[in-house]
Design a protein around this ligand. Structure first.
Ligand SMILES: Cc1cc2nc3c(=O)[nH]c(=O)nc-3n(C[C@H](O)[C@H](O)[C@H](O)COP(=O)(O)OP(=O)(O)OC[C@H]3O[C@@H](n4cnc5c(N)ncnc54)[C@H](O)[C@@H]3O)c2cc1C
Length: 457
């Protein structure tokens, strides 16, 4: 059967662009999460939307599972092909179709990596703000509704997608949305697909909103004696109405880890912020207010106005944190919590998570995109220690339950994938989940698109 699939796909994309080689299927069997590897039967690299459509028609006719693949950097098993079948790697569909410079928009193929895209867009004085840190593909960011350090000012991926070209599970090619900033014409299919993790449609083109690169900016560091005080300051800053372009919370452990490779910061709970101003004067006025708020929350140190190099180094450290953690605890199972709550509840959530991590004596750290209420409590347990592994799960469930009690969500940006399915009914209720099942069945009656993800049947 496997040989038959390979042959059929090679007939569509050419011999060298479909493979079942051991090393190829191994790489495409696992994302960056701790979920179990599942090997696909075949990996295929289409070059055109028409080829994607033909691949999907073949899969539909033969009831073979089909899973999209961008950079494989998901953190919840989103891109793991749990039922095997075909993985569609969009790496050859990685072109900018058109920069609509005057409208601050770009149309791209899904396989382009956002950092590469932003490098090209910087020549036009523009950038795509959602910033997940890992060099993710646009298709993967759209599918997961990725967000990141800049979401507090510029929104998540969903807020920055205007139009999509899609291949449906029967192979039909459709377009959704338009390049108009305002759209009110019927059901919003574009934003239904954003965040659907490749379970409803494959994205073959996306038109994105861009922002002008800021002329005046300042990175800010504020340190505090406790994580709780830093979390209070997060609410203070956002509640005051100033608009940070980034507001990250790092507990002392997170700072210590960043210092092992990139930075040289005082090992204290820290807020790493960035502000963008239309003028130097408006920027300075904002910074003054932020300093006052941090002082009221007991900041020990407040530093603003770092130069471009220092600012870049701070963000490099922040973005490297995930990988530093994985390298420090190589023989451990891990869990990356991704809860998000209304900003007024963020201090409660941070204090609760900090206390529970201590009570359960877990290795790990608290950090997150605090400005949008998003906390990544990341914990580790040695693989051969069943007690600590049980505590890892207990901590995950306690923090997720707390976030949902606080009117928040089990996942702010990583998506449901495999790991968060167990919380879906608790968060949304049985009625809403049943409605999601109807939506999935309407798009994909044969359940061939990324089966086993988002909702269970
Ligand atoms: C160190 C590190 C830090 C991270 N930090 C963040 C962060 O701050 N914020 C954040 O949001 N995420 C973060 N992530 C997670 C990850 O980068 C994002 O989820 C990203 O969106 C995944 O993109 P990808 O290209 O790797 O997609 P993949 O992992 O390849 O796929 C993601 C999902 O999209 C589907 N898919 C891929 N391409 C398509 C397509 N063309 N059409 C339809 N479906 C498709 C896949 O089937 C899968 O369900 C981080 C990851 C790492 C490793």
């Amino acid at each position: 059967m496997k040989a038959e699939i390979v042959k059929a796909l090679q007939d569509i994309v050419g011999e060298e662009h479909a493979s079942a080689a051991e090393s190829v299927v191994h790489i495409h069997g696992k994302d960056q999460s701790d979920h179990e590897r599942h090997l696909p039967d075949v990996v295929v690299w289409p070059e055109t939307t028409q080829q994607v459509s033909e691949i999907v028609k073949y899969a539909a006719a033969n009831q073979v599972a089909i899973t999209g693949w961008g950079a494989g950097s998901s953190l919840e098993g989103n891109s793991i092909p749990v039922n095997g079948g075909i993985v569609v790697n969009f790496g050859r569909m990685n072109q900018i179709v058109k920069v609509h410079e005057g409208d601050f928009q770009v149309t791209v193929q899904p396989g382009i990596f956002y950092k590469d895209m932003n490098k090209i867009l910087s020549r036009h004085g523009l950038f795509f703000p959602p910033d997940p840190g890992a060099n993710a593909s646009i298709g993967g960011m759209v599918a997961n509704n990725a967000a990141g350090t800049r979401t507090v000012k510029y929104g998540a991926t969903r807020d920055n997608v205007l139009a999509l070209e899609l291949v449906l599970p029967n192979g039909e090619i459709i377009r959704t949305g338009s390049r108009s900033i305002k759209q009110s014409a019927g059901y919003d299919l574009t934003h239904l697909i954003v965040g659907s993790e490749g379970t409803l449609a494959l994205v073959t083109e996306a038109t994105l909103k861009l922002s002008p690169l800021p002329e005046h900016f300042s990175a800010v560091l504020a340190t505090f004696e406790t994580t709780e005080a830093a979390a209070d300051a997060v609410f203070g800053v956002i509640g005051s109405g100033v608009g940070p372009a980034a507001l990250e919370l790092l507990d002392a452990e997170a700072v210590r880890f960043m210092n092992t490779r990139v930075t040289d910061l005082p090992v204290k709970p820290t807020l790493l912020m960035e502000f963008h101003g239309a003028t130097e004067a408006s920027l300075l006025a904002e910074l003054e207010l932020v300093e006052e708020i941090c002082a009221e929350c007991g900041s020990l140190r407040f530093e603003a106005g770092a130069g471009r190099d220092e600012r870049d180094r701070l963000w490099e450290g922040r973005h490297a944190l995930g990988e530093i953690l994985f390298s420090i605890y190589p023989d451990c199972n891990y869990n990356i919590i991704d809860v998000s709550v209304p900003i007024s509840e963020f201090p409660v959530l941070a204090a609760y998570s900090n206390q529970k991590m201590k009570d359960l004596e877990l290795l790990g750290t608290l950090f997150g995109h605090a400005g949008d209420g998003n906390l990544h409590a990341t914990t580790f347990a040695p693989k051969d220690d069943p007690l600590q592994n049980a505590r890892l799960d207990e901590f995950n469930s306690l923090v997720v339950q707390k976030a949902i009690e606080l009117d928040g969500t089990c996942t702010g940006e990583h998506g449901v994938g495999i790991g968060k399915q167990k919380y879906m009914v608790y968060e949304h209720g049985e009625g809403a989940i049943e409605t999601m099942r109807h939506v999935k069945k309407m798009f994909d009656p044969g359940n061939i698109f990324n089966p086993g993800k988002v909702i269970s049947f």
